[in-house]
Design a protein around this ligand. Structure first.
Ligand code: NAD
Length: 258
């Protein structure tokens, strides 16, 4: 049964009500998980207030600042999880960033700093969060991250983020191989294009969405709730034999030749 009662779930990457992470958090909550939420802090605290108000209906028992480029904040986050819950069952890694300049035009123009930043935030962060989560997943666990088709095929303008997603997907496999012995499963969901803050930075995203609506077998894009349902499945006992995989939640778009 898809029942997450007694499970403790930490969700990263909620920025607003369009965030995929918000779709996931709502479905995990509905399945009975106790929720913890992290947000990206900013100097004026605007994000904190916005995210706090948004997530109040799922009543998170942990609400923590966590910039994944800051090791101290990551360690403080998992210290707080240890103190509050004494364990962790579910970690949702649902964040990425690349500068807008890097997400249009020729890929060969990618800057060294832009490359480092995109790979650090969008790929390395999974490994760093998994490292911090591992000792807390004493009863096994499930780690889920979000990827996109642009990590395995060329999608116009996705550029350095495609490289970051490719590294992310390989990190899923290495982490799954390492952590399987501890019954920690690590998987990725490859979501179809959805209008969010992050996707709006990718040049031509609306054309991509339109293309999917015309081409994908289901003739539509997917919703945050559909991605949330798939993530909830991956975190449940129904998925107990699944690790190291990329699950497509994209209306079937990835199977099409053109
Ligand atoms: P979003 O803008 O709602 O979420 C991105 C999140 O990343 C935000 O909450 C932001 O605060 C967070 N973030 C950025 N830099 C951070 C940092 N240094 N530390 C901590 N958090 C940081 O957009 P989204 O589309 O919901 O993106 C969530 C994930 O889904 C990303 O990995 C994205 O690549 C992936 N994805 C999105 C789509 C899509 O079309 N929207 C498709 C496939 C995969």
């Amino acid at each position: 049964m898809l029942d997450l009662t007694d499970k403790k779930a930490l969700v990263t990457g909620i920025a607003n009500n369009r965030s995929i992470a918000w779709g996931i958090a709502q479905q995990l909550h509905q399945a009975g998980a106790e929720m913890g939420v992290t947000y990206l802090p900013d100097d004026r605290g605007r994000f904190e207030k916005k995210v706090r108000d948004l997530v109040s209906p799922i009543d998170p028992s942990l609400f923590l600042p966590c910039n994944v480029q800051d090791d101290a904040q990551i360690d403080e986050t998992f210290q707080a999880v240890a103190e509050k819950w004494g364990k962790l069952d579910i970690l949702i890694h649902c964040l990425a960033f690349a500068g807008k300049d890097e997400l249009s035009g020729d890929f060969s123009q990618t800057s060294r700093d832009g490359f480092k930043q995109a790979l650090d935030i969008s790929s390395y962060s999974l490994t760093r969060l998994a490292k911090a989560a591992k000792p807390l997943m004493t009863e096994g666990g499930s780690i889920v991250t979000l990827t996109y088709l642009g990590g395995e095929r060329v999608v116009p303008n996705y550029n350095v983020m495609g490289i970051a997603k490719s590294a992310l997907e390989m990190s899923v496999r290495y982490l799954a191989a390492e952590m399987g012995e501890q019954n920690i499963r690590v998987n990725a969901i490859s979501a179809g294009p959805i209008r969010t803050l992050a996707s709006s930075a990718v040049g031509g995203i609306l054309d991509m969405i339109h293309h999917v609506e015309q081409t994908a077998p289901l003739k539509r894009t997917v919703t945050q709730t559909e991605v949330g349902n798939a993530a909830t499945f991956l975190c449940s006992d129904l998925a107990s034999g699944i690790t190291g995989q990329v699950l497509y939640v994209d209306s079937g778009y990835n199977i099409m030749g053109m």
